[in-house]
Design a protein around this ligand. Structure first.
Ligand code: GYE
Length: 363
Protein backbone atom coordinates (compact mmCIF):
# COMPACT_ATOMS: atom_id res chain seq x y z
CA UNK A 1 0.00 0.00 0.00
CA UNK A 2 1.79 3.06 -1.28
CA UNK A 3 -0.21 5.51 0.75
CA UNK A 4 0.58 3.59 3.89
CA UNK A 5 4.26 3.34 3.13
CA UNK A 6 4.38 7.05 2.44
CA UNK A 7 2.53 7.74 5.64
CA UNK A 8 5.00 5.59 7.51
CA UNK A 9 7.94 7.52 6.14
CA UNK A 10 6.28 10.77 7.12
CA UNK A 11 5.46 9.42 10.54
CA UNK A 12 8.90 8.00 11.23
CA UNK A 13 10.41 11.35 10.29
CA UNK A 14 7.90 13.31 12.38
CA UNK A 15 8.30 11.05 15.37
CA UNK A 16 12.09 11.00 15.27
CA UNK A 17 12.21 14.77 15.07
CA UNK A 18 9.83 14.92 18.02
CA UNK A 19 11.90 12.58 20.09
CA UNK A 20 15.02 14.48 19.13
CA UNK A 21 13.81 17.92 20.14
CA UNK A 22 11.28 17.07 22.83
CA UNK A 23 8.75 19.16 20.94
CA UNK A 24 5.21 19.48 22.23
CA UNK A 25 4.39 18.25 18.77
CA UNK A 26 1.37 20.34 17.98
CA UNK A 27 2.52 20.31 14.41
CA UNK A 28 3.56 16.70 14.17
CA UNK A 29 0.58 14.76 12.88
CA UNK A 30 0.18 16.86 9.77
CA UNK A 31 3.93 17.06 9.17
CA UNK A 32 3.83 16.74 5.40
CA UNK A 33 1.18 15.96 2.85
CA UNK A 34 1.12 12.27 2.05
CA UNK A 35 0.89 12.97 -1.71
CA UNK A 36 4.45 14.28 -1.84
CA UNK A 37 5.80 11.03 -0.52
CA UNK A 38 3.71 8.84 -2.78
CA UNK A 39 5.85 10.11 -5.68
CA UNK A 40 8.79 8.14 -4.34
CA UNK A 41 8.50 4.47 -5.28
CA UNK A 42 9.57 1.92 -2.68
CA UNK A 43 12.73 1.06 -4.69
CA UNK A 44 13.95 4.60 -4.25
CA UNK A 45 13.75 4.40 -0.49
CA UNK A 46 16.95 5.35 1.34
CA UNK A 47 19.72 2.80 1.65
CA UNK A 48 19.23 0.14 4.27
CA UNK A 49 21.55 1.60 6.87
CA UNK A 50 19.61 4.87 6.80
CA UNK A 51 16.22 3.19 7.11
CA UNK A 52 16.49 -0.14 8.87
CA UNK A 53 14.14 -2.75 7.51
CA UNK A 54 12.13 -3.04 10.71
CA UNK A 55 11.29 0.66 10.56
CA UNK A 56 9.94 0.50 7.05
CA UNK A 57 7.92 -2.48 5.97
CA UNK A 58 8.24 -5.70 7.92
CA UNK A 59 4.89 -7.04 6.79
CA UNK A 60 5.12 -9.09 3.58
CA UNK A 61 2.72 -6.87 1.64
CA UNK A 62 3.83 -3.68 3.39
CA UNK A 63 0.34 -3.21 4.77
CA UNK A 64 1.22 -1.79 8.14
CA UNK A 65 -1.61 -0.69 10.36
CA UNK A 66 -1.27 3.00 11.14
CA UNK A 67 -2.09 4.10 14.68
CA UNK A 68 -2.08 7.68 15.95
CA UNK A 69 -1.59 7.97 19.69
CA UNK A 70 -2.45 11.31 21.32
CA UNK A 71 -0.70 10.85 24.66
CA UNK A 72 -1.36 13.07 27.71
CA UNK A 73 2.23 14.21 28.22
CA UNK A 74 5.23 13.18 30.31
CA UNK A 75 4.12 14.30 33.76
CA UNK A 76 4.84 11.13 35.73
CA UNK A 77 6.69 7.82 35.95
CA UNK A 78 3.37 6.13 35.25
CA UNK A 79 3.09 8.06 31.99
CA UNK A 80 6.65 7.17 30.96
CA UNK A 81 5.89 3.47 31.47
CA UNK A 82 2.63 3.79 29.55
CA UNK A 83 4.34 5.56 26.62
CA UNK A 84 7.10 2.96 26.43
CA UNK A 85 4.54 0.18 26.49
CA UNK A 86 2.69 1.71 23.48
CA UNK A 87 5.93 2.29 21.58
CA UNK A 88 7.07 -1.29 22.21
CA UNK A 89 3.70 -2.80 21.31
CA UNK A 90 2.88 -0.72 18.24
CA UNK A 91 6.29 -1.17 16.63
CA UNK A 92 6.99 -1.60 12.93
CA UNK A 93 8.28 -5.06 13.81
CA UNK A 94 4.82 -5.94 15.09
CA UNK A 95 3.19 -4.59 11.93
CA UNK A 96 2.28 -1.05 12.99
CA UNK A 97 3.27 2.46 12.10
CA UNK A 98 2.82 4.44 15.27
CA UNK A 99 2.43 8.18 15.13
CA UNK A 100 3.12 9.17 18.72
CA UNK A 101 2.42 12.69 19.97
CA UNK A 102 3.17 13.93 23.50
CA UNK A 103 0.48 16.58 24.03
CA UNK A 104 2.29 18.10 27.03
CA UNK A 105 -0.86 18.26 29.16
CA UNK A 106 -2.44 20.81 26.82
CA UNK A 107 -6.07 20.09 25.92
CA UNK A 108 -6.07 22.26 22.78
CA UNK A 109 -2.89 20.66 21.48
CA UNK A 110 -4.51 17.28 22.04
CA UNK A 111 -7.64 18.22 20.09
CA UNK A 112 -5.52 19.46 17.17
CA UNK A 113 -3.42 16.30 17.36
CA UNK A 114 -6.51 14.16 16.90
CA UNK A 115 -7.55 16.41 14.00
CA UNK A 116 -4.12 15.92 12.48
CA UNK A 117 -4.53 12.14 12.71
CA UNK A 118 -7.87 12.43 10.92
CA UNK A 119 -6.25 14.45 8.11
CA UNK A 120 -3.45 11.90 7.94
CA UNK A 121 -6.11 9.20 7.50
CA UNK A 122 -4.58 6.90 10.08
CA UNK A 123 -6.31 3.53 10.48
CA UNK A 124 -6.90 3.92 14.24
CA UNK A 125 -6.68 6.67 16.83
CA UNK A 126 -5.76 6.04 20.47
CA UNK A 127 -6.65 8.99 22.67
CA UNK A 128 -5.59 9.25 26.32
CA UNK A 129 -7.67 12.32 27.18
CA UNK A 130 -5.96 14.95 29.34
CA UNK A 131 -9.36 16.11 30.51
CA UNK A 132 -12.70 14.36 30.22
CA UNK A 133 -14.75 17.32 28.90
CA UNK A 134 -14.74 18.87 25.44
CA UNK A 135 -14.43 15.93 23.08
CA UNK A 136 -17.77 15.78 21.24
CA UNK A 137 -16.83 17.78 18.15
CA UNK A 138 -13.56 16.12 17.24
CA UNK A 139 -14.88 12.63 18.06
CA UNK A 140 -17.74 13.33 15.68
CA UNK A 141 -15.18 14.38 13.04
CA UNK A 142 -13.30 11.10 13.48
CA UNK A 143 -16.53 9.16 13.21
CA UNK A 144 -17.51 11.04 10.05
CA UNK A 145 -14.11 10.16 8.60
CA UNK A 146 -14.71 6.49 9.48
CA UNK A 147 -11.69 6.23 11.79
CA UNK A 148 -12.20 4.07 14.89
CA UNK A 149 -11.20 5.83 18.13
CA UNK A 150 -10.01 3.99 21.22
CA UNK A 151 -10.28 6.04 24.42
CA UNK A 152 -7.40 4.78 26.52
CA UNK A 153 -6.31 5.19 30.15
CA UNK A 154 -8.59 8.10 31.08
CA UNK A 155 -12.25 8.59 30.18
CA UNK A 156 -14.24 11.19 28.23
CA UNK A 157 -17.65 12.70 29.04
CA UNK A 158 -18.84 12.22 25.46
CA UNK A 159 -21.57 9.71 24.62
CA UNK A 160 -20.13 6.26 23.99
CA UNK A 161 -21.70 6.23 20.52
CA UNK A 162 -18.97 8.75 19.54
CA UNK A 163 -16.08 6.32 19.99
CA UNK A 164 -15.39 2.67 19.30
CA UNK A 165 -14.20 1.45 22.65
CA UNK A 166 -12.69 2.59 25.94
CA UNK A 167 -10.18 0.88 28.18
CA UNK A 168 -8.45 1.69 31.44
CA UNK A 169 -8.50 1.39 35.21
CA UNK A 170 -11.55 2.06 37.36
CA UNK A 171 -10.57 5.30 39.10
CA UNK A 172 -13.60 5.40 41.43
CA UNK A 173 -12.77 1.88 42.58
CA UNK A 174 -9.18 2.99 43.24
CA UNK A 175 -10.36 5.92 45.39
CA UNK A 176 -12.70 3.66 47.31
CA UNK A 177 -9.94 1.10 47.84
CA UNK A 178 -7.79 3.82 49.42
CA UNK A 179 -10.66 4.93 51.66
CA UNK A 180 -11.65 1.41 52.66
CA UNK A 181 -8.08 0.59 53.59
CA UNK A 182 -7.77 3.77 55.65
CA UNK A 183 -10.97 2.99 57.60
CA UNK A 184 -9.70 -0.49 58.33
CA UNK A 185 -6.25 0.81 59.37
CA UNK A 186 -7.51 3.66 61.58
CA UNK A 187 -10.07 1.40 63.20
CA UNK A 188 -12.25 4.24 64.50
CA UNK A 189 -9.50 6.85 65.09
CA UNK A 190 -10.07 10.42 63.83
CA UNK A 191 -8.68 11.45 60.46
CA UNK A 192 -7.67 14.99 59.47
CA UNK A 193 -6.96 14.60 55.79
CA UNK A 194 -5.12 16.68 53.19
CA UNK A 195 -5.56 15.69 49.54
CA UNK A 196 -3.11 16.45 46.73
CA UNK A 197 -5.24 15.90 43.65
CA UNK A 198 -4.10 15.08 40.13
CA UNK A 199 -4.60 17.33 37.09
CA UNK A 200 -7.81 19.37 37.08
CA UNK A 201 -10.59 17.83 34.96
CA UNK A 202 -8.79 14.51 34.37
CA UNK A 203 -10.97 11.45 34.90
CA UNK A 204 -8.16 9.94 37.02
CA UNK A 205 -8.50 12.92 39.39
CA UNK A 206 -12.28 13.07 39.33
CA UNK A 207 -12.69 9.32 39.87
CA UNK A 208 -10.12 8.95 42.67
CA UNK A 209 -11.59 11.99 44.43
CA UNK A 210 -15.15 10.70 44.10
CA UNK A 211 -14.24 7.21 45.27
CA UNK A 212 -12.29 8.41 48.30
CA UNK A 213 -15.05 10.88 49.23
CA UNK A 214 -17.61 8.05 49.10
CA UNK A 215 -15.76 6.51 52.05
CA UNK A 216 -15.14 9.86 53.81
CA UNK A 217 -18.92 10.31 53.91
CA UNK A 218 -19.30 7.07 55.82
CA UNK A 219 -16.87 8.15 58.55
CA UNK A 220 -18.25 11.02 60.60
CA UNK A 221 -14.95 11.53 62.45
CA UNK A 222 -12.99 12.08 59.20
CA UNK A 223 -12.45 15.59 57.90
CA UNK A 224 -10.95 16.62 54.57
CA UNK A 225 -9.17 19.85 55.56
CA UNK A 226 -8.16 20.79 52.02
CA UNK A 227 -7.86 19.36 48.51
CA UNK A 228 -5.63 21.01 45.86
CA UNK A 229 -4.21 19.98 42.49
CA UNK A 230 -0.55 18.99 42.25
CA UNK A 231 -0.97 18.27 38.53
CA UNK A 232 0.35 14.70 38.88
CA UNK A 233 3.95 16.01 39.11
CA UNK A 234 6.60 15.83 41.81
CA UNK A 235 7.11 19.61 41.75
CA UNK A 236 3.35 20.12 42.02
CA UNK A 237 3.10 17.71 44.96
CA UNK A 238 5.91 19.49 46.77
CA UNK A 239 4.46 22.95 46.18
CA UNK A 240 0.98 21.99 47.39
CA UNK A 241 2.38 20.21 50.45
CA UNK A 242 4.52 23.23 51.35
CA UNK A 243 1.46 25.46 51.28
CA UNK A 244 -0.60 22.90 53.27
CA UNK A 245 2.14 22.84 55.94
CA UNK A 246 1.89 26.63 56.29
CA UNK A 247 -1.90 26.51 56.68
CA UNK A 248 -2.56 23.35 58.71
CA UNK A 249 -0.89 22.10 61.87
CA UNK A 250 -3.13 19.20 62.74
CA UNK A 251 -3.26 16.56 60.05
CA UNK A 252 -2.55 12.85 60.17
CA UNK A 253 -3.32 11.71 56.60
CA UNK A 254 -2.00 12.95 53.24
CA UNK A 255 -3.57 11.47 50.13
CA UNK A 256 -1.47 11.94 46.97
CA UNK A 257 -3.24 11.01 43.76
CA UNK A 258 -0.05 9.66 42.21
CA UNK A 259 3.43 8.51 43.24
CA UNK A 260 5.28 11.52 41.86
CA UNK A 261 3.16 13.87 43.96
CA UNK A 262 3.95 11.68 46.98
CA UNK A 263 7.72 12.10 46.36
CA UNK A 264 7.23 15.88 46.34
CA UNK A 265 5.06 15.77 49.47
CA UNK A 266 7.71 13.70 51.29
CA UNK A 267 10.39 16.26 50.36
CA UNK A 268 8.20 19.05 51.77
CA UNK A 269 7.54 17.13 55.00
CA UNK A 270 11.23 16.24 55.36
CA UNK A 271 12.13 19.93 55.06
CA UNK A 272 9.53 20.84 57.70
CA UNK A 273 10.60 18.07 60.08
CA UNK A 274 7.26 16.24 59.84
CA UNK A 275 7.52 12.47 60.18
CA UNK A 276 5.46 10.12 58.04
CA UNK A 277 5.01 6.44 57.29
CA UNK A 278 4.42 3.49 59.58
CA UNK A 279 6.75 4.92 62.24
CA UNK A 280 5.77 8.57 61.73
CA UNK A 281 2.96 10.99 62.51
CA UNK A 282 1.40 11.17 59.05
CA UNK A 283 -0.07 8.37 56.95
CA UNK A 284 0.69 8.77 53.23
CA UNK A 285 -1.62 7.15 50.70
CA UNK A 286 -0.52 7.15 47.07
CA UNK A 287 -1.76 5.88 43.71
CA UNK A 288 -0.03 4.21 40.74
CA UNK A 289 2.21 1.72 42.57
CA UNK A 290 5.09 2.19 40.16
CA UNK A 291 8.39 0.50 41.01
CA UNK A 292 9.76 3.47 42.98
CA UNK A 293 6.42 4.07 44.66
CA UNK A 294 6.36 0.47 45.82
CA UNK A 295 9.96 0.77 47.05
CA UNK A 296 8.73 3.55 49.37
CA UNK A 297 5.85 1.29 50.40
CA UNK A 298 8.26 -1.55 51.14
CA UNK A 299 10.33 0.94 53.18
CA UNK A 300 7.22 1.90 55.18
CA UNK A 301 7.20 5.53 53.99
CA UNK A 302 4.08 5.34 51.80
CA UNK A 303 1.73 3.28 53.96
CA UNK A 304 -0.75 2.35 51.23
CA UNK A 305 -0.23 2.50 47.47
CA UNK A 306 -3.15 1.80 45.13
CA UNK A 307 -2.10 0.41 41.79
CA UNK A 308 -3.06 1.60 38.35
CA UNK A 309 -1.44 -0.61 35.74
CA UNK A 310 0.19 1.45 32.94
CA UNK A 311 0.80 -1.59 30.73
CA UNK A 312 -2.35 -1.11 28.70
CA UNK A 313 -1.17 -1.18 25.08
CA UNK A 314 -1.79 -4.93 24.81
CA UNK A 315 -5.48 -4.31 25.49
CA UNK A 316 -5.57 -1.67 22.74
CA UNK A 317 -3.81 -4.03 20.34
CA UNK A 318 -6.32 -6.77 21.08
CA UNK A 319 -9.17 -4.43 20.18
CA UNK A 320 -7.44 -3.41 16.94
CA UNK A 321 -6.82 -7.03 15.98
CA UNK A 322 -10.48 -7.85 16.51
CA UNK A 323 -11.56 -4.86 14.42
CA UNK A 324 -9.13 -5.88 11.67
CA UNK A 325 -10.74 -9.33 11.71
CA UNK A 326 -14.18 -7.74 11.38
CA UNK A 327 -15.22 -8.80 14.88
CA UNK A 328 -17.24 -6.70 17.27
CA UNK A 329 -15.51 -5.31 20.34
CA UNK A 330 -16.66 -4.54 23.87
CA UNK A 331 -17.48 -0.92 24.60
CA UNK A 332 -15.34 -1.02 27.74
CA UNK A 333 -12.34 -3.07 28.89
CA UNK A 334 -11.32 -2.87 32.53
CA UNK A 335 -7.62 -2.96 33.40
CA UNK A 336 -7.66 -4.41 36.90
CA UNK A 337 -5.54 -3.24 39.77
CA UNK A 338 -4.87 -3.94 43.43
CA UNK A 339 -3.57 -2.05 46.46
CA UNK A 340 -0.35 -2.60 48.42
CA UNK A 341 0.46 -1.85 52.05
CA UNK A 342 3.67 -1.55 54.00
CA UNK A 343 5.20 -4.64 55.64
CA UNK A 344 3.62 -5.54 58.96
CA UNK A 345 0.12 -4.46 57.88
CA UNK A 346 -2.54 -7.03 57.09
CA UNK A 347 -5.50 -5.85 55.04
CA UNK A 348 -8.52 -7.36 53.35
CA UNK A 349 -8.18 -4.60 50.72
CA UNK A 350 -4.47 -4.80 49.95
CA UNK A 351 -1.45 -7.00 49.44
CA UNK A 352 1.32 -6.70 52.05
CA UNK A 353 4.53 -5.51 50.37
CA UNK A 354 7.55 -7.74 50.13
CA UNK A 355 10.83 -7.69 48.22
CA UNK A 356 9.39 -10.40 45.97
CA UNK A 357 6.45 -8.21 44.95
CA UNK A 358 8.84 -5.35 44.20
CA UNK A 359 11.13 -7.57 42.14
CA UNK A 360 8.16 -8.65 40.04
CA UNK A 361 7.24 -5.07 39.16
CA UNK A 362 8.05 -4.34 35.53
CA UNK A 363 7.50 -0.57 35.64
O1 GYE B 1 -2.15 8.04 37.86
C1 GYE B 1 -0.72 9.59 36.81
C2 GYE B 1 -0.64 10.00 35.40
O2 GYE B 1 -4.19 8.71 33.97
C3 GYE B 1 -4.00 6.90 35.45
O3 GYE B 1 -1.97 9.95 34.95
C4 GYE B 1 -3.32 8.03 34.77
C5 GYE B 1 -2.66 9.02 35.71
C6 GYE B 1 -1.64 8.43 36.65
O4 GYE B 1 0.01 11.13 35.18
O5 GYE B 1 0.53 9.27 37.35
Amino acid sequence: MKKKLALLLVTVMAVSSLVACGNTAADAPAAAPAEEETEAPAEEAPAEEEAPAEEVAPAEDGALISVGFAQVGHESDWRAANTKNYQDTFSAENGYELSFVDCDNDHNVQIETVRGFIQQEVDYICLAPIQSAGWDTVLQEAQDAGIPVLIVDRAVDAADTLYTTALGCDMVFEGEAAGNWLAEYLNGEDANILVIEGSVGASATLGRTEGFNNIVEKNSNWKVLDSQSGDFTQAGGQEVMESFIKSYKDFNVVVCQNDNEAYGAMDAMDAAGITYGVDGDVIIISFDATHDGLQYTLDGKITCNVECNPLQAGFAEEVIKKLEAGETVDKWTLVEDQAFVAPGIESQYAVTMSQEVLDGRAY
